[in-house]
Design a binder for this molecule. Structure first.
Ligand SMILES: NC(=O)c1ccc[n+]([C@@H]2O[C@H](COP(=O)([O-])OP(=O)(O)OC[C@H]3O[C@@H](n4cnc5c(N)ncnc54)[C@H](OP(=O)(O)O)[C@@H]3O)[C@@H](O)[C@H]2O)c1
Length: 310
C-alpha cells in the first residue's frame, strides 16, 4: 500500500511516498481503510525528531496520528467493531495514518463516526478536540470566568474557544483581523489581534483586573511570562507545549497533555453530529499532496484544521 513516510529524522521536504506492507490488526485493533487524515504539529515534530526523547519513532516511519475511515478487518479479541463500521481514531504509537490503510486500538481513542459527520470532520476531531477538552477538564468550573485563549485560530484553539464558551466562560480569543468573524462565530466574546505582539496588554484593556485563566497554546517557554501578564494575581496559565517554570504574582502555570477518558471522543463526535460543535476544516488536500499539506501547516497561517483526503 502507499504511505507518506520518513526514512530518518529530517525536514518535511524529505518525506516520500513509499510502498509499505499493509498492517495486520493485532489484539483489540481494527484495520482502517483511510478516508481522511488531519494534520497536527506533533506529526511534524515526530518527523523532525524534535520530540525523539519522549516519542522516539522507528524508521521508515509512516506519518499521521488522526484518522477517519472504514473498518476493513478486526484483530483477535476486538470487541465492538466490525468490518464496514465508520470510525475515527487517534492512533499515535499504533500505526501511521497517512496511508491507504492504518490501524487503531480499541479504547478511548477510537470511536464510531456518528451519522451526519463526514470523514473530514471526524478526522479533524481526535487530537485537537481531546486536547481542548483536557484543558477544559483541567479548569472547570469555568462558567462566569474570563479566559484568554492565545493560539485560538489553531486546531486546539478552535475547539477550546467553542468548548469554553459553551461551558459559560467569557472567552477572549486571539486571531488575525481577517479571522475575527470566524472566531466570533465559534463563540468568542472578543477577538484580540495578536500580530502586534501585544496580546496581554490588549486583554488587560478588555479585562483591566486580569483574566482568570490563560490558555497559552502558541507560546514557547520564553513567551509564557509575557502572556501570563494578562492573568489576575494568583490566576492560572495552562500550556500544552512547554514544561513551564514558575511565574510571578502567584500565577500558577501548568502543562496539560491530551488525556482521553472513556466517552470523551464519542462525546465530542456526538456533539458534532448534533450541531453543537463545529469542526473548522479549512484546507483539504488529496493524498498525492500530503507533503505539501504538512509544509503549509508550518509555513502558512492556518485557521482550524488541515486535512488530507483519500
Ligand atoms: N501536549 C499535548 O498533549 C498537545 C496536544 C495537542 C497540541 N499540542 C501543542 O499545542 C500547540 C497548538 O496546537 P495546534 O494543533 O492548535 O496548532 P496549530 O493548529 O498549528 O495552531 C497554532 C495557531 O496559533 C496561531 N499563532 C501563532 N503564533 C501566535 C501568537 N503569537 N499568538 C496567537 N496565536 C498565534 C497560529 O497562527 P499562524 O498560522 O498565524 O502562526 C495558529 O492559528 C502545538 O505546539 C502543539 O504541538 C500539545
Amino acid at each position: 500500500m502507499k504511505a507518506l513516510t520518513a526514512v530518518g529524522y529530517g525536514p518535511l521536504a524529505d518525506l516520500t511516498f513509499s510502498d509499505v506492507d499493509k498492517p495486520v490488526p493485532g489484539p483489540g485493533q481494527v484495520l482502517v481503510r483511510t478516508e481522511a487524515v488531519a494534520l497536527n504539529p506533533l506529526d511534524v515534530k515526530l518527523v523532525l525528531g524534535s520530540v525523539r526523547e519522549v516519542f522516539p519513532v522507528t524508521h521508515p516511519f509512516v506519518v499521521g496520528i488522526d484518522v477517519s475511515g472504514t473498518v476493513e478487518a478486526v484483530g483477535p479479541d476486538t470487541i465492538g467493531y466490525a468490518p464496514g463500521d465508520a470510525v475515527t481514531a487517534m492512533n499515535l504509537g499504533v500505526a501511521g495514518a497517512v496511508a491507504e490503510y492504518t490501524l487503531a486500538q480499541t479504547g478511548p481513542l477510537l470511536t464510531h463516526r456518528p451519522e451526519g459527520v463526514d470523514a473530514r470532520s471526524a478526522a479533524a476531531l481526535p487530537a485537537a478536540g481531546l486536547t481542548a477538552l483536557s484543558l477544559l477538564h483541567h479548569c472547570v468550573p469555568v462558567a462566569g470566568r474570563d479566559v484568554l485563549i492565545s493560539g485560538a485560530t489553531g486546531g486546539v484553539g478552535s475547539f477550546a474557544v467553542q468548548l469554553f464558551a459553551a461551558a459559560g466562560a467569557r472567552v477572549l480569543a486571539t486571531g488575525r483581523p481577517d479571522d475575527t468573524e470566524t472566531v466570533l462565530g465559534w463563540g468568542a466574546h472578543h477577538v484580540i489581534d495578536y500580530t502586534g505582539g501585544k496580546t496581554a496588554q490588549l486583554a488587560r484593556e478588555l479585562v483591566p483586573g486580569g483574566v482568570d485563566v490563560v490558555l497559552a497554546l502558541a507560546e514557547d517557554g520564553a513567551a509564557l511570562p509575557g502572556i501570563a501578564a494578562a492573568a489576575i494575581d494568583e490566576g492560572l496559565v495552562l500550556t500544552c507545549t512547554e514544561q513551564p517554570t514558575a511565574l510571578e504574582r502567584g500565577v500558577t502555570v501548568e502543562r496539560v497533555d491530551l488525556t482521553a477518558r472513556d466517552g470523551d471522543l464519542s462525546g465530542l463526535a456526538a456533539r458534532v453530529s448534533l450541531g453543537e460543535l463545529r469542526v473548522p476544516v479549512t484546507g483539504v488536500y488529496p493524498f498525492s499532496e500530503a507533503r505539501t499539506a504538512y509544509e503549509d501547516l508550518v509555513g502558512k497561517h492556518t485557521v482550524g484544521k488541515l486535512v488530507v483526503e483519500f
